[in-house]
Write a protein that binds this ligand. Structure first.
Ligand code: NAI
Length: 332
């Protein structure tokens, strides 16, 4: 069975080829993202395999259905890019990889916090140029600081555990808090978290209710000079409001692995081009902003887990068996 793999990177090929070997699935790799302009590439496929910035809205799903596609497998946990109602209506099965090494994203969150706090990225460049001046490299001791974790699910909990291990006071806000969180931190409401945290780290999914969760109002209720970290989804943050809060120094530092308009930029080399995104360019100019290009998941272990779960999802859906990772499974 042909599976068209959209937004395919060389590493996807390596891990998926390995996982699919001997299954009868024939992955066809397309480096472009799925959209109305590229959907025709799924011709002859019964399944498509997609990632975070592929578009699966109603028009794209309708086109996919017309081409004979009946299965969508996501190589990620978040599914904010899929119109599930449309998939249900069209009878297209959709499955995701709900968990893949939450520690990978948690560890990247920590890397961002540590780097931004102690300016190791700037120190690295200075030392290479023979500049051993410490001016501008001052950080704070994280031990004893208060960190607010928004969303204490798999990744939030893993992050909270690491921060707790560092000796931080951990506050958590989650409408459905995991019972394990009580062993590590204090569950509080959103306003209390914003008011008390020196670092606010976002780990909740992007949905209608969480779109621009961090807007001008939320930023004004944060501790002046606090750090904001987002390794979840770009849409959780109102970028314009964040730029203004950085400009007025209400926000002390920002670390992001995700960006609302990332689909235009991330996962590709634009180093020879002029980037036509003024908000991104403005953000990148701040000395207290650290940006990575959606690499929180990018470890050997996580990629292996993603590839094997994707294979298992395809096997179950193609055989009409119950797929535990299905978001929509019309035939069962
Ligand atoms: P999860 O489903 O285990 O946990 C999410 C938690 O957020 C749940 O406990 C839920 O109750 C909570 N939540 C829902 N609405 C909330 C709100 N308004 N305020 C606070 N909490 C709320 O998901 P998991 O695996 O921890 O992933 C979290 C997010 O991380 C994903 O939605 C995805 O967007 C992002 N992610 C980013 C990756 C990266 O490479 N940077 C990789 C994988 C996931």
């Amino acid at each position: 069975m042909q599976v068209t793999v959209f937004s395919a990177q060389p590493f996807d090929r390596r891990f998926l080829d390995n996982a699919m070997a001997g299954t009868g699935f024939e992955p066809v790799y397309q480096p472009v993202a799925l959209s109305l302009q590229t959907v025709a590439l799924a011709e002859c496929a019964r399944a498509v395999c997609v990632f975070v910035n592929d578009v699966l809205d109603a028009p794209v799903l309708t086109e996919l259905h017309g081409l004979g596609v009946r299965i969508v497998v996501l190589r990620c946990a978040g599914y904010n890019n899929v119109d599930l109602e449309a998939a249900q209506r069209l009878g297209i099965a959709v499955a995701r990889v709900p968990a893949y090494s939450p520690q990978a994203v948690a560890e990247h969150t920590l890397a961002l916090i540590m780097t931004l706090n102690r300016h190791t990225h700037r120190a690295f460049n200075r030392v290479r140029e023979g500049n051993f001046n410490l001016d501008g490299l001052l950080g704070v001791t994280l031990h004893g600081r208060t960190v607010g974790v928004v969303g204490t699910g798999r990744i939030g909990l893993a992050t909270a555990r690491i921060l707790h291990g560092l000796g931080c006071r951990v506050l958590g806000f989650d409408p459905n808090p995991a019972p394990e969180f009580a062993m590590i931190g204090e569950a509080v409401d959103f306003d209390t978290l914003l008011a008390r945290a020196d670092i606010v780290s976002l780990h909740c999914p992007l949905a209608e209710a969480t779109h621009h969760l961090i807007n001008a109002d939320a930023l004004s209720r944060m501790k002046p000079g606090a750090m904001l970290v987002n390794t979840s989804r770009g849409g959780l943050i109102d970028t314009r409001a964040v730029i203004e809060a950085l400009r007025t120094r209400q926000l002390g530092a920002l670390a992001i692995d995700v960006y609302e308009q990332e689909s235009e930029l991330f996962f590709r080399d634009h180093s020879q081009e002029i980037i036509n995104d003024d908000m991104f360019a403005r953000l990148a100019m701040f000395p207290n902003v650290l940006i990575t290009g959606h690499q929180g998941f990018f470890t050997e272990e996580a990629l292996d887990e993603i590839a094997h779960t994707t294979r298992d999802n395809l096997l179950a859906l193609a055989a009409g068996h119950t797929c535990h990772n299905a978001l929509i499974q019309p035939e069962v």
